[in-house]
Design a protein around this ligand. Structure first.
Ligand SMILES: Cc1ncc(COP(=O)(O)O)c(C=O)c1O
Length: 457
């Protein structure tokens, strides 16, 4: 990503004149200040108002139409569209048709995992403690399950006792109970200018206020976070130090120390999301290892084992555990005992460690395919990650590209769902983990061609 594009993420202001006008309209429409059905000025009036040529005014409206923000009606004029997002562009999960290629959501699975599940269910059926699985469980999970997670976390660089672990219903649930247990409506939470969409959904649902931290190539701009904390009452920071989704960074030790220093200075809680951390070979220690008293660590088994398992975990300072367990009680009572039991078996017998090694190799291969197939397009990705971020060339428009790809049955995400800034950068995020390898290469070729064609439009 170029410095200019990074500054676009931070300020949301691209350079070309007509684009500035497009983006200003986009903000007005997306924020609802220009409501659905509003008639926009004629091309001639817009040209006079902005001091641009009529042909440029036409181009502005053409862009807005391609972005799905306005509709042009023959003989009547240009009107703001109703902004129900078309499928694939929003943050809500949607059903794809059977033949669609999903480059939007990541649910990495390897051949043979269904057999592993069959085998685990068979073993469980013969195991003798089935009756126990029919009852309510302790909110934070059974002792055995918590202990299995604690042992697993040693491989993540975290040495914790099982009483500081709570088993939850996936990392998203882990983030939810963390927020419920530690924050109140109206609290300000700082998060990267582009971040995991599920955290945005959560903040919206719990009425938390998200404050945007500008991003650099190697992590958040920590000095900017420091300044933010001086002028706003920031309570917590949501961070992905090891394999940021979607930008792919792994914060080095210096940046981590800096984040912790700012957090201590301003009394912040650190919410560390390590959902993709297993893909990184020997990263620096998690924030939760260096600053265990101010960090809640959240991760899960979705990306390294299977999304359908819905098992995750939270590691928190001991004094926060009661509140976390209460939040679990308020939301699910306990994580289903059946999936937790399967997860514990797989953690204990080495299956998770094996799957992680295999998925690291799989993700690295997919990333190599992406790098080769998408060049010469600019890509921002960790070499072993299951996603890539494509900052678009000048003139290309993400909404238009996503819409074109949708007609070829390829689902991708624009920057919109990831952006905290009002005006999302022009970028496409591709999930590489959910399709077969051969389909992946073909789909990426179509993505590259579609972007190249869009630049010339
Ligand atoms: C960064 C990040 N955190 C949390 C989650 C939620 O994962 P889970 O399926 O464990 O709820 C995801 C899923 O995509 C993610 O990318």
């Amino acid at each position: 990503m170029t410095v200019k594009e990074l500054s676009c993420i931070q300020s949301g202001v691209p350079t070309a004149r007509y684009k500035r006008i497009v983006d200003a309209f986009a903000v007005e429409i997306r924020t609802g200040r220009l409501s659905a059905g509003t008639q926009l000025p004629t091309h001639r009036d817009l040209a006079a108002r902005e001091g641009i040529a009529v042909v440029t005014a036409s181009r502005v409206y053409a862009e807005l139409e391609a972005m799905g923000l306005v509709s042009r009606e023959q003989g009547r004029g240009t009107f703001v569209r109703d902004l129900a997002l078309p499928p694939g562009h929003g943050i809500d999960q949607h059903a794809l048709t059977a033949d669609a290629v999903d480059l939007n959501f990541n649910y990495p699975a390897l051949p043979g995992q269904a057999d592993l599940l069959r085998q685990a269910l068979r073993e469980l059926a013969g195991s003798g403690d089935l009756e126990a699985l029919l009852r309510y469980q302790p909110h934070g999970g059974r002792d055995r399950d918590r202990a299995a997670v604690a042992t697993h976390l040693l491989s993540r660089g975290l040495d914790v006792t099982p009483d500081r672990v709570a088993v939850v219903n996936g990392a998203q649930h882990g983030l939810t109970v963390t927020a419920l247990a530690t924050l109140r409506p109206g609290d300000v939470v700082a998060a990267d200018a582009v971040t995991y969409p599920g955290f945005k959904v959560l903040a919206e649902a719990l009425h938390l206020e998200l404050a945007s931290i500008p991003v650099t190539l190697t992590g958040p701009d920590v000095d900017a976070l420091d300044r933010l904390c001086r002028c706003r009452p920031v309570r917590a920071v949501y961070a992905m130090p090891t394999l940021h989704n979607p930008l792919g960074w792994v914060m080095n030790s210096k940046v981590r120390r800096h984040v912790i220093g700012v957090a201590r200075r301003h009394g912040l809680l650190l919410i560390e999301d390590a959902s993709y951390a297993y893909l990184v070979d020997s990263p620096p220690p998690p924030l939760a290892a260096t600053a265990p008293d101010i960090t809640v660590y959240v991760s899960g088994l979705s990306k390294n084992v299977a999304t359908g398992l819905r098992v995750g975990f939270v590691v928190a300072p001991r004094e926060r555990m009661r509140a976390i367990e209460r939040a679990i009680r308020a939301t699910t009572w306990n994580t289903p005992a059946l999936t937790a039991a399967i997860a514990a078996r797989w953690l204990e017998d080495g299956t998770v460690a094996r799957l992680e090694a295999d998925k690291r190799a799989d993700a690295t291969l997919r990333q190599t395919i992406a790098r080769e197939t998408l060049q010469p397009l600019e890509q921002l990705a960790h070499p072993a990650s299951y996603f890539t971020w494509l900052p678009l060339p000048d003139n290309a428009r993400a909404d238009r590209i996503a819409a074109t790809l949708a007609t070829s049955q390829i689902s991708v995400s624009t920057a919109g769902p990831f952006a905290i800034t009002v005006n999302p950068p022009q970028a496409i995020r591709l999930a590489l983990g959910s399709t077969t390898l051969s389909t992946l290469a073909d789909a990426l070729t179509t993505v590259r061609r579609t972007i190249e064609d869009d630049v010339c439009r």
